[in-house]
Design a protein around this ligand. Structure first.
Ligand code: UDP
Length: 323
């Protein structure tokens, strides 16, 4: 298939591009490189470097590529930042995405695959979380992704744009070549591994008074190669709707730090800090729907294996990507 991938130079997008190419698809990557890295884009992919917010850019790129499917990874995705700069999230994650959806309709694109998030749910009434739970986001990041989910529902109904939206839980790990390198790192696992690498004196725990067994937030970590595989499965005709992608196991911040110590063999100093605004206490997926309906089978379900792939990548690339 001819596939157009926004954010294909980013952490999750680049791994998906790698898997798409391995599966025989023809890939165009569209990325502004604000977060992504040119060297993370496989040479076999066509690369378009352009800003999403300049009028006409997205439309022109989609028109030129004439893709059968669009995979939309490009987004701002930091809960904490969204609580201080919500406009950035609504502009990029809703307005720019809307231009992409319009371009999809105008060019007869058959399938739109959207990177959504468990942050659309807010604090859930129960875990593991199924797709039918009410969505009540508690940060602008989750709200912006929910707004675009709703746009996709209307576009499917009115324009017959078939979509599949994956609600990711916490993406983690690395492939052989590709890993996590944000210019400003806010995510838990890479920040903890920085201590093990000797690049930071300590990591920080945001909140120790949550209603969880050890007082720290619980998340469900999912390997990026498993996320990528779900996207390949989602490209098949007729597959549409909303799917959670997680392993169904919750790990607290303290448990993640312990796992990083075990994998790296280094002691990791952690400093307790206040809560980070916008963080729900516990998010754990039920991915039964993706498993049953898409035939999705995560290959790296154990946190220790996920962290081991991240650690191996950071050891090989202590400064991340060169660009
Ligand atoms: N967290 C932390 N210290 C850090 C980074 C994150 O304690 O340096 C916590 C954060 O508050 C959240 C969890 O770890 O409860 C996962 O955060 P991350 O930013 O990795 O992903 P998110 O769940 O926000 O998408």
């Amino acid at each position: 298939m001819k596939v157009f991938v926004t954010g294909g130079a980013g952490y999750i997008g680049s791994v998906c591009v790698e898997e798409l190419l391995n599966a025989g698809h023809q890939v165009t990557v569209y990325d502004d490189l604000s977060e992504g890295h040119r060297s993370a884009v496989a040479p076999r992919a066509t690369f378009v470097h352009a800003q999403p917010d300049e009028p006409g850019n997205i439309a022109a790129a989609v028109k030129s590529a004439q893709p059968e499917a669009i995979l939309h990874f490009a987004a701002n995705a930091l809960v904490g930042e969204s609580m201080t700069n919500p406009g950035k999230y609504f502009r990029n994650n809703v307005y720019n995405a809307l231009q992409l959806a319009d371009a999809a309709v105008e060019n007869g694109v058959r399938k739109f695959v959207f990177s959504s998030t468990c942050a659309t749910y807010g604090p859930p009434d129960r875990v593991p979380m199924t797709e039918d739970l009410p969505q009540r986001p508690i940060n602008p990041y989750g709200e912006s992704k929910l707004m675009f989910e709703k746009i996709l529902l209307w576009y499917q109904q009115i324009h017959r744009l078939e979509f599949i939206a994956f609600r990711y839980f916490n993406a983690a790990g690395a492939s052989e070549k590709l890993g996590e390198h944000h210019r400003i790192e806010t995510h838990l696992i890479p920040n903890v591994l920085k201590v093990a690498l000797g690049q930071a004196t300590h990591c920080e725990i945001y909140g120790t008074d949550y209603p969880t067994p050890d007082g720290t937030c619980i998340r469900d970590y999912i390997h990026i190669r498993d996320l990528a595989q779900a996207h390949i499965l989602g490209l098949a005709p007729g597959r549409s709707g909303f799917y959670n992608l997680g392993n169904g196991d919750g790990y607290s911040v303290r448990q993640v730090i312990q796992t990083c110590e075990k994998v790296s063999g280094k002691a990791i100093k952690a400093v307790e800090k206040p809560r980070r605004p916008g963080d729900p206490p516990k998010l754990v997926a039920s991915a039964d729907k993706a498993i049953k309906e898409l035939g999705w089978r995560p290959q790296f379900p154990k946190l220790e294996d996920i962290v081991a792939t991240a650690w191996a990548w950071h050891v090989r690339h202590p400064d991340g990507y060169a660009d």
